[in-house]
Design a binder for this molecule. Structure first.
Ligand code: CU
Ligand code: ZN
Length: 228
C-alpha cells in the first residue's frame, strides 16, 4: 500500500529534520506540529474511515451479532451468536473469533459456510445483504470474506481464525458489510457451476449480522477462555 510514502510520514520526517537541525522559533514549531496532526487526521480519515484511537492497545475491534434470518421457514434451525474481529493498526492481519449456537444437536450436515456479504442491509432479512463482498472482482473462494467451512460440534461453532484477508481499514474496510451463516457447506469453488464460483453453493442464509465497530472489552468478554 506504500505506507512509507504517506503524507504524514513525509511531514513527520520533514518536521523532525527541521526541528532537530535548526532551532525553530517556538511559534513555527507549534505550527508544524498542528500541520502534522492535521495531515495525520486527513490520512486516517482516508485510510481508516473510523476512529482508531478508541482502544489504547492500538487494535481496532469489530463485532457482528448474528440473528436468525426472519425470512426462514418454520422448519429451519434458529441460530445466533457473535463474530468478533480484531486487527492491529495499520498493517496487522485480521483475526476473527466465531461463536454460533442453536444448531440441532443431531445435525447431520455438520459443516456450515460463513462469508462476508456486500451490504449491511437487513431490511429483507439476510436476503438483502447481496452477494459475497468482492471488491477485486474475483471468483469464489478468493473473496476477502470467504471464511470457509465451520464444523458444528454439540450444536455450536466455536473457532478462531487468524491471518485473514479481510480488513477493517481503508477503502476496503468491511465495517458496514454483513456476515452470513449458511445451511450448507461451502464447495470452495469446486462445484463445477456458476454458483460455485459466485458463492460456493452454500444454500439458505440461516443467520446474518452487520459488522460494526467495537471495543476490547467485547472481544475479551466473548473470547475469554478461548484464547489461542
Ligand atoms: Cu454467504
Ligand atoms: Zn466468496
Amino acid at each position: 500500500m506504500g505506507y512509507m510514502y504517506h503524507p504524514a510520514f513525509i511531514l513527520y520526517i520533514h518536521a523532525f529534520y527541521c526541528v532537530s537541525t535548526v532551532t525553530l522559533p517556538r511559534e513555527e514549531a507549534q505550527i508544524l506540529t498542528v500541520m502534522s496532526q492535521k495531515v495525520d487526521d486527513i490520512w486516517n480519515t482516508f485510510l481508516v474511515g473510523i476512529p482508531i484511537k478508541n482502544n489504547p492497545d492500538n487494535n481496532t475491534y469489530g463485532i457482528c451479532n448474528l440473528q436468525p434470518n426472519p425470512k426462514l421457514d418454520e422448519s429451519e434451525e434458529r441460530i445466533s451468536g457473535q463474530v468478533l474481529l480484531r486487527q492491529s493498526y495499520p498493517n496487522g492481519k485480521l483475526e476473527a473469533h466465531f461463536l454460533v449456537e442453536g444448531f440441532p444437536m443431531d445435525s447431520s450436515e455438520s459443516n456450515k459456510a460463513i462469508h462476508i456479504h456486500s451490504f449491511g442491509d437487513l431490511s429483507n432479512g439476510c436476503d438483502s445483504t447481496g452477494g459475497h463482498y468482492n471488491p477485486s472482482s474475483v471468483n469464489h473462494p478468493h473473496h476477502p470474506g470467504d471464511f470457509g467451512n465451520f464444523e458444528v460440534q454439540d450444536g455450536k461453532i466455536q473457532k478462531r481464525q487468524t491471518n485473514l484477508e479481510a480488513t477493517l481499514f481503508g477503502p476496503y474496510s468491511v465495517f458496514g458489510k454483513s456476515i452470513v451463516v449458511h445451511k450448507l457447506p461451502d464447495d470452495l469453488g469446486q462445484g463445477g457451476n456458476q454458483g460455485s464460483l459466485d458463492n460456493g453453493n452454500a444454500g439458505t442464509r440461516l443467520a446474518c449480522c452487520v459488522i460494526g465497530s467495537s471495543t476490547k472489552s467485547s472481544w475479551d468478554k466473548y473470547t475469554a477462555g478461548a484464547e489461542d
